[in-house]
Design a binder for this molecule. Structure first.
Ligand SMILES: NC(=O)c1ccc[n+]([C@@H]2O[C@H](COP(=O)([O-])OP(=O)(O)OC[C@H]3O[C@@H](n4cnc5c(N)ncnc54)[C@H](OP(=O)(O)O)[C@@H]3O)[C@@H](O)[C@H]2O)c1
Length: 179
């Protein structure tokens, strides 16, 4: 199973403000309207999105469901309500990352998109994240929800490529090595 995190972070490593606000991601001073920074190219390759419960709850506040008919698995240890309009495509799981991956692999899935800071950290800690695509936003939040956190062991990353976009976003792709 291939697992990819595709996520934007401030230069000081935060994926959202302390209250979960992510409007700063779309600030026109650094973000080009009409540029999706490789998001569509990734989503056509994946078999499912695995979302942390907090990211899922944030997405529900957008008012429009951005994932269409793509299979979405929400990782939550507490019960959550799935709106009926999306229930056909969304399931919840309280499995550990290794159990989840074994289960989805047995169903024939080959590539997962892992989203949410805590969820990405738990996949890293379990040594189950293979690819990290991080888009650095030229902004220092000073505080917020971190992308990274404590790990049981250091993790090596193999840099694959870095692209700089005209307004200053810098996107780097890494293969996660665990060496
Ligand atoms: N900048 C970006 O590109 C980007 C991308 C995605 C999200 N975000 C933002 O990030 C914020 C949410 O991220 P977050 O880090 O706070 O939370 P998160 O990773 O989205 O969700 C964490 C929750 O996932 C559940 N969970 C289930 N299994 C887990 C496991 N093995 N490891 C960790 N969590 C597990 C837990 O829910 P229970 O408490 O129910 O057990 C946990 O509280 C939102 O504001 C969202 O908008 C930003």
């Amino acid at each position: 199973m291939k697992t990819t995190a595709f996520i934007a972070a401030s230069l000081d490593g935060f994926i959202a403000r302390r209250d979960g606000d992510i409007k700063w991601l779309d600030d026109p001073r650094h973000t080009d309207v009409g540029e999706d920074y490789g998001y569509t190219a990734l989503t056509v390759k994946i078999d499912a999105i695995v979302l942390g419960r907090k990211s899922f709850e944030k997405v529900l506040t957008f008012g429009n469901w951005p994932y269409g008919t793509m299979r979405v698995i929400v990782m939550a240890r507490s019960p959550i309500d799935i709106p009926p309009a999306i229930a056909e495509h969304v399931q919840t799981s309280s499995a550990t990352p290794d159990t989840l991956i074994a289960d989805l692999a047995s169903q024939g899935l080959k590539h997962l998109y892992i989203d949410g800071g805590q969820l990405i950290q738990s996949f890293l800690a379990a040594r189950l994240l293979n690819e990290l695509i991080i888009t650095r936003i030229p902004r220092l939040l000073g505080a917020g929800i971190p992308l990274f956190g404590p790990l049981p062991d250091e993790i090596g990353l193999q840099h694959v490529e870095t692209k700089a976009f005209p307004k200053g976003l810098v996107q780097s792709r890494y293969e996660v090595i665990y060496g």
